[in-house]
Design a binder for this molecule. Structure first.
Ligand code: PEP
Length: 253
């Protein structure tokens, strides 16, 4: 059985073509939530008000729902992505899903804790997540930790091939605690500087997303920071209405 088919039956929109100036991106990360019926209702509700938004959007869902979501969001501009991917190409790895398989069903992006060259090879944009733990933050190591994580990725993936970098402080994910807009901006500026050092032109176009308890009421201030190009949203992406409100906050004033 071969896993390397490359023509996509339902290509997902290219969410992560590089940002044009000041465009925002908001990505829903549903984690292990949803059902066929709930997803259909979510899509229906979100698509009904999609025209109000002026940011790019994407939904990262559990593997089993991806094909159906590609169908539901076909030709709408909403991109669909996976939440993880195997670092292997193919073979005897029970339960794993390869980048080629994701490309085969029309994925255009994938969340990854650390980046893999083969994602790039299969045309899937890696959304690379970096972030410090609470202990690291309290030890004053935030910048050092996230820059180390990003530099590790850059040894394997050129800036121009990154889909996005998401700064997600571990202590803020799913906790209701969020970085202040100023603290998040500080980290984003350091990430941008690091990308710029490697490739200034590509760095200017690489979306830097903030993730960690973003909600409708704190999204706008976060997204208004100069180096915050949008968000990666967990809890607030589970209801279409809340996710729509977060996306609406990603306007450019
Ligand atoms: C996430 O899942 O990446 C995330 C940021 O979750 P939450 O918005 O719930 O903190």
């Amino acid at each position: 059985m071969s896993a390397s088919k490359t023509d996509h039956p339902h290509p997902s929109p290219a969410l992560l073509e590089k940002l044009s100036v000041r465009e925002k991106i908001v990505i829903a990360n549903w984690k292990m939530n949803g059902s066929a019926e709930a997803n259909r209702l979510w899509a229906e509700e979100f698509l009904a008000k999609l025209g109000d938004l002026n940011c790019r959007t994407a939904v990262c869902a559990p593997f089993v729902y991806l094909s159906e979501l590609v169908r539901l969001f076909k030709d709408t501009g909403v991109a669909v992505g996976a939440q993880t991917v195997s670092p292997r190409d193919q073979g005897a790895f029970t339960g794993e899903v390869s980048a080629a398989m994701l490309a085969d069903i029309g994925m255009s992006l994938c969340l990854v804790g650390h980046s893999e060259r083969r994602l790039v090879a299969h045309g899937i944009a890696p959304v690379v997540c970096v972030g410090e733990t609470l202990a690291e933050r309290e030890a004053g190591l935030t910048e050092a930790v996230v820059l180390r994580q990003l530099r590790t990725v850059l040894t394997r993936v050129p800036v121009a091939k990154l889909g996005a970098v998401a700064y997600e402080p571990v202590w803020a994910i799913g906790t209701g605690r969020t970085a202040t807009p100023q603290a998040a901006q500080h980290v984003h500026a350091a990430l941008r500087a690091c990308l710029t050092e490697a490739d200034a032109e590509a760095a200017a176009k690489t979306p830097l997303l903030y993730g960690g308890s973003v909600k409708p009421d704190n999204a706008h201030e976060l997204f208004s920071q100069p180096d915050i190009d949008g968000g990666l949203i967990g809890g607030a992406a589970l209801k279409a209405e809340d996710f729509h409100s977060v996306c609406a906050a990603a306007r450019v004033d």
